[in-house]
Design a protein around this ligand. Structure first.
Ligand SMILES: Cc1ncc(COP(=O)(O)O)c(C=O)c1O
Length: 433
């Protein structure tokens, strides 16, 4: 006899990840050009470097045995120290300036685990998280699981708009929800999904604004800085992290990862946390896995120390800059006839281009554009997934495109097919909707 399954409320309110069907589609139909998958360039993955590093670790029996043993929940201390030293170099501060942050640095299973744990540590049902519009759609999943309200705040070509965030806080205060606001989530480097970076001059005001609203609210509101694409800047200088501008170290949570700059298969990320969050997050992480792969941490420590990591990042920057140029040039060429009705971002780094069509075009899975794209063997991520549900119904006329995976020829062909599908949709006699 079949019995009903009583799932937890948290599981029951969690929807399936929005793009799992796209990944399946791309695997089933190899002729498809996927401008959707957020994977990295396959041919550049650092096989030789990693093989050498693994051989070096395992070639020394005691070191090998240590690497193959469990580690600590917080992660390898020497690696955490290296990460903090690199933050000092990056921000041009004297060695030792950030030394105290080593104890607040946690190695995690991808930055996905870090941002998940932050949500788990902070959020109860009904709590509020302010996210950019659009935002990294994967983070909306854990927020849904927690029963938190994700509320959008607008961005422009310079990233999150400070005036609009102020207005969002004002509105939340007016509706009596300020006591529920726990977190502001931002992706300040070459954002997923837009490729836009937060302007240098907005960074300190953003940290100050969140700190000021913490004072207004009477409890700590954190600013989660997800810089998953940090390091992948092709023709712009990276601005200082928000974390470095948080003089008291109590507001900003910095999340970073080796997935995009080295290997997503290693799934190693880290966070530098304000003091008050370290123990709660570590306790939860202990319940998840009591520590991220020790072997992978030793391996990344070695490639950081021997310079191979930095050489890999330099190589990758060249590869992605070329891919971006090929893709943007192909978009320019193929969209030329409909240029007045279509716009897109021109990223200085990262992996994404965000395209905007007339509001009447529905880019969703059930809309006419996606259907035409499937006929043309090209796929993208419908932009609607990247918008939190509040304060109003999300716009449906955007596309997230990535140049990370296809090779240069496929990118050019993908742009051609996409332009064809968009043109047909715009010109269709039944109208674009
Ligand atoms: C903005 C952003 N944050 C976090 C992640 C998670 O990456 P990982 O868990 O592999 O570090 C990604 C991956 O695509 C991302 O785009």
């Amino acid at each position: 006899m079949t019995r009903p399954i009583h799932l937890s409320a948290a599981t029951a309110r969690t929807s399936a990840p929005s793009i799992s069907s796209l990944i399946k589609l791309a695997l089933e139909r190899p002729q498809i050009v996927s401008l959707a998958a957020g994977f990295v360039d396959q041919q550049s993955l650092p096989v030789e470097t990693t093989a050498l590093a693994a051989a070096q670790i395992l070639g020394d029996a005691p070191a090998g045995r240590a690497a193959l043993q469990y580690g600590t929940t917080i992660g390898d201390e020497a690696l955490r120290a290296i990460l903090i030293e690199r933050l000092e170099v990056q921000h041009g501060v004297p060695p030792g300036s950030y030394r105290r942050a080593v104890d607040r640095t946690i190695l995690t299973t991808g930055s996905a685990q870090l941002i998940y744990l932050v949500g788990e540590a902070l959020l109860d049902p009904g709590d509020v998280v302010i996210v950019e519009a659009p935002t990294y759609f994967v983070f909306l999943g854990p927020l849904e699981t927690r029963g938190a309200r994700a509320i959008r705040t607008p961005i422009d070509g310079q990233g999150l708009r400070i005036d609009a965030l102020e207005a969002t806080f004002e509105r939340l205060r007016a509706e009596g929800s300020l006591d529920k606001v726990k977190l502001v989530y931002t992706i300040p480097e070459h954002s997923n999904p837009t490729g836009i970076s937060l302007a240098a001059e907005r960074r300190k005001p953003l940290v100050d604004l969140v700190r000021r609203w913490s004072d207004e609210a009477g409890h700590r509101i954190y600013l989660l800085e997800d810089s998953a694409y940090h390091g992948l800047s092709y023709d712009s200088k990276e601005a200082d992290s928000l974390w470095s501008l948080d003089s008291e170290g109590e507001t900003v949570i910095l999340a970073r990862t080796f997935s995009k700059t080295y290997s997503p298969g290693m799934k190693l990320g880290y966070g530098v946390l304000p003091g008050g969050l370290v123990d709660p997050v570590l306790t939860l992480k202990g319940n998840h896995d009591f520590g991220t792969s020790n072997f992978i941490q030793k391996l990344i420590r070695l490639v950081l120390a021997n310079g191979e990591y930095d050489r890999q990042v330099e190589r990758l920057k060249g590869v992605y800059a070329r891919k971006r140029d090929v893709f943007l040039e192909a978009l320019e060429r193929h969209f030329e006839p409909i240029r007045d009705r279509v716009s897109w971002t021109r990223p200085h780094g990262g992996l994404y281009v965000w395209m905007t069509l007339p509001e009447s075009v529905d880019t969703g899975f059930d809309g006419p554009l996606f259907r035409r794209c499937l006929e043309q063997d090209v796929i993208y991520v419908p932009g609607e997934f990247a918008f939190a549900p509040e304060p109003s119904a999300p716009p449906r006329n955007h596309l997230r495109l990535t140049y990370g995976v296809p090779d240069e020829a496929a990118l050019a062909e993908g742009a051609r097919r996409l332009a064809e599908a968009v043109r047909e949709t715009l010109d269709s006699p039944e109208g674009p909707a």
